[in-house]
Ligand binder design. Structure first.
Ligand code: FCB
Length: 454
């Protein structure tokens, strides 16, 4: 069984991680500009001030995508480039900032690359954070306004949209753990209330896209896929246990699937989550839940890793610990290709929408070799096994439509600064030279033969 003929092979990146040009053409500060400048928050105190200088080098970067044979590119739009809150508290459109995305989209289309636009990949305007950010009940309306400004300008050319990237991270890591911008450590009740506003913002953003789109919009989502997979794939008991492991809300933290997905697709929070969170659950109305659950066209999900789960002889599902010395990437994330077989399958069964893997990839210890190339055999092995597992999902009957490798370029990996390299293309940050890695050449073949050989 092969990938469908119209399967989309893509790669992804996000605004703050690659653009740089932080004060150019009227861009205002985002929470990441502020957070990364606080002492001790990011590795080596790194910021996105220059990053990959993609703002100035986007043509060169699109040329690299074209040479790779890329069919789709997932990028994000920087809210603080598009709306200026300095000039007007309600946000006035900064056409110079918006124009960058217009040029980028034109360049992509001229090179036969389908643009997939994410509206929020974590760079909330600092001016709005100062008014409470996602904690404010006004945030859904802010996000809907921003969405409208973008969609009015780009939707004659952009068809594929995602309001949010990974609410688990910008809410959980940003407001509960304090590890990401804006760096708060709020009580769980406030975190979940902010999470509710973010979900409501998603719903209002979808409404805004539908209202303003000049071409029929294809709208999806890109949460973290917290996947469990069967320890023994041939055991129906373990498969059932893994299904439980993928959807149960087990702990008082952000790392689960259902809390962030069920409201969007079913218009309700999962029962076990409401029970576990108890008095910390957010306040919400039936009308809000309906707004959150706007019909979507596809299910997007970012999957990097999973956990093996089995059914114990006593009949209880149990997460199987990784053995000492298990394979992991430089992020210390376990290498678990199974996640790309079982995750898409479980999400497809539950949410019944075509699946796009909106992010997958690994950080590796890459360097420029004496021969002038960047050899990353581990990334090739990793991607081959993960994409092979996704192909197995397609063979199992899952409607898988596309795959986005993270990331086209090495880039600013948030709190890890420039230490972690996820790219198919190596970036020498001192010179901004781009050097395609071995995995780039390998992925080119995968795209050319539609994954036939993985
Ligand atoms: C995801 C983020 C993305 C990148 C990858 C490695 O959680 O969406 O921006 O940092 O991880």
């Amino acid at each position: 069984m092969a990938f469908r003929k119209d399967f989309l092979w893509g790669a992804a990146a996000s605004s703050y991680q690659i653009e740089g040009a932080e004060a150019e053409d009227g861009r205002e500060a985002s929470v990441w500009d502020t957070f990364s400048r606080m002492k001790g928050k990011t590795y080596e105190g790194a910021t996105g001030e220059t990053a990959c200088d993609h703002y100035h080098r986007y043509k060169e970067d699109v040329a690299l995508m074209r040479a790779l044979g890329l069919q789709a590119y997932r990028f994000s739009i920087a809210w603080p480039r598009v709306l200026s809150y300095g000039k007007h508290p309600g946000g006035s459109v900064n056409s110079k900032g918006l124009d960058f995305y217009s040029r980028l989209v034109d360049e992509l289309l001229a090179n036969d690359i389908e643009p997939f636009a994410t509206l929020f990949h974590w760079d909330m305007p600092q001016a709005l954070e100062d008014r409470g950010g996602w904690r404010s009940a006004e945030s859904p309306a802010w996000f809907a306004d921003y969405t409208a400004a973008v969609v009015r300008t780009l939707s004659d050319r952009v068809r594929f949209w995602m309001p949010h990237n990974e609410p688990q991270c910008f809410i959980g890591m940003g407001l509960a753990d304090g590890a990401h911008a804006p760096g708060h450590k709020l009580p769980w009740k406030e975190v979940l209330q902010a999470g509710h506003h973010a979900l409501l913002a998603h719903g209002k953003s979808v409404q805004s896209i539908r209202a303003h789109a000049k071409k029929p919009a294809q709208i999806g989502y890109a949460p973290v896929g917290c996947v469990a997979y069967p320890a023994n794939p041939d055991s129906p008991h373990d498969i059932e246990a893994a299904r439980w492991g993928t959807f149960a809300v087990r702990e008082k933290n952000q790392w689960n699937s259902s809390w962030w997905m069920d409201p969007v697709f079913f218009g309700r929070y999962p029962e076990d989550g409401l029970k576990l969170y108890g008095a910390d659950a957010p306040n919400f109305s039936a009308a809000e839940m309906q707004t959150i659950a706007q019909p979507l066209d596809w299910f997007g999900v970012n999957i990097y890793q999973g956990r093996p789960v089995r059914l114990t002889p006593q009949g209880a599902p149990e997460i199987v610990p990784f053995p000492p010395g298990y394979p992991h990437t430089t992020m210390r994330w376990p290498v678990t290709p199974e996640a790309l077989r079982w995750g898409p399958r479980f999400y497809w069964e539950r949410y019944k929408l075509p699946v796009y893997v909106t992010e997958n990839g690994m950080a590796n210890c890459d360097w420029l070799s004496a021969d002038g190339n960047v050899h990353d055999p581990q990334r090739i092995e990793f991607l081959a096994r993960y994409i092979g597992a996704l192909k197995q999902a397609a063979a199992d009957g899952v409607d898988v439509r596309g795959y986005f490798q993270w990331s086209i370029l090495d880039n600013y990996e948030w709190a890890e600064g420039y230490r972690e390299r996820f790219g198919l293309v190596f970036v020498d940050y001192a010179t901004q030279q781009r050097i395609p890695k071995d995995s780039y050449h390998w992925y080119k073949q995968v795209i050319a033969n539609n994954g036939a050989k993985v």
